[in-house]
Write a protein that binds this ligand. Structure first.
Ligand SMILES: Nc1ncnc2c1ncn2[C@@H]1O[C@H](COP(=O)(O)OP(=O)(O)O)[C@@H](O)[C@H]1O
Ligand SMILES: [Mg+2]
Length: 228
């Protein structure tokens, strides 16, 4: 199974700067996804769009700017988290300079819960302001009024700041409103392109064919990735 996408946004042989960026990212990516590259066509459209919109940073190297977010939905084991970390690695391999953060719903709640010696507001700001954020398994944890408010706050900040966010969820699109509340679901509807992964649980049938996919909303205009 190809693990490396063929897109103009990715160089076959990342030069040294890209290799270093991937090496640094590997220290923060969970080992299971350390070699992941996004290989879903619609995820690659998104990475190309983000790369294209990137504003030049020091030395003309493209960096992350405002841009669309991506909602990767689908049942357990269809490869959502793989595509999310893979998208970050794909951008780094394409030479996009980016700062990123990652959390999942359960960790998010833990990070934002006040406790002694911990500054939840600082944790919130780091996630809210990160140029690129992976928010994994949105809606997976039990919701309460407090968790719904925290999720709303974070999504609203990402929405108003127009910062690219990679969101994965097991929640069927039609259920998002019930599970996450209308305020969150409404913002997600506007800010994200949706990719729905389907197919068998890859954990149970790892040799299975790649997940079949459908796109729920029209993808952004395809644009070639920036190559320097
Ligand atoms: N495109 C892919 N190529 C190779 N392995 C994959 C791919 N997508 C997922 N996997 C593997 O399948 C398993 C489940 O993927 P994961 O992303 O954790 O699923 P989900 O987040 O949808 O529950 C993991 O072991 C992951 O490494
Ligand atoms: Mg996952």
């Amino acid at each position: 199974m190809p693990s490396k996408p063929s897109t103009t946004a990715v160089r076959e042989e990342p030069p040294q700067a890209q290799a270093i960026a991937l090496e640094l990212a590997a220290r923060r990516i969970p080992p299971r996804y350390r070699d992941a590259f996004a290989d879903h066509p619609d995820v690659l459209v998104w990475t190309s769009e983000i790369a294209r919109r990137g504003k030049p940073g020091p030395g003309g190297v493209p960096g992350i700017d405002h841009g669309p977010s991506l909602l990767i939905a689908g049942p357990t084991g269809t490869g959502k988290t793989h595509q999310a970390y893979g998208a970050v690695r794909t951008l780094l391999a394409a030479g996009v300079r980016l700062r990123w953060a990652a959390t999942n719903t359960a960790d998010l709640h833990a990070q934002l819960r006040p406790r002694q010696g911990h500054d939840p507001e600082r944790a919130f700001q780091e996630l809210a302001q990160s140029p690129l954020l992976i928010l994994d398994d949105l809606g997976a944890a039990k919701q309460s009024e407090w968790t719904e408010e925290q999720t709303y706050r974070l999504i609203d900040r990402r929405y108003t700041s127009m910062l690219p966010t990679l969101i994965t969820t097991n929640v069927p699109i039609a259920e998002l409103r019930n599970v996450l509340g209308d305020r969150v679901a409404s913002r997600l509807a506007e800010m994200t392109t949706r990719v729905i992964l389907q197919g068998p649980d890859r954990r149970r049938s790892p040799a299975s064919a790649p997940a079949r996919t459908t796109v729920a909303a029209p993808p952004p205009t395809t644009a070639p990735g920036r190559t320097r």
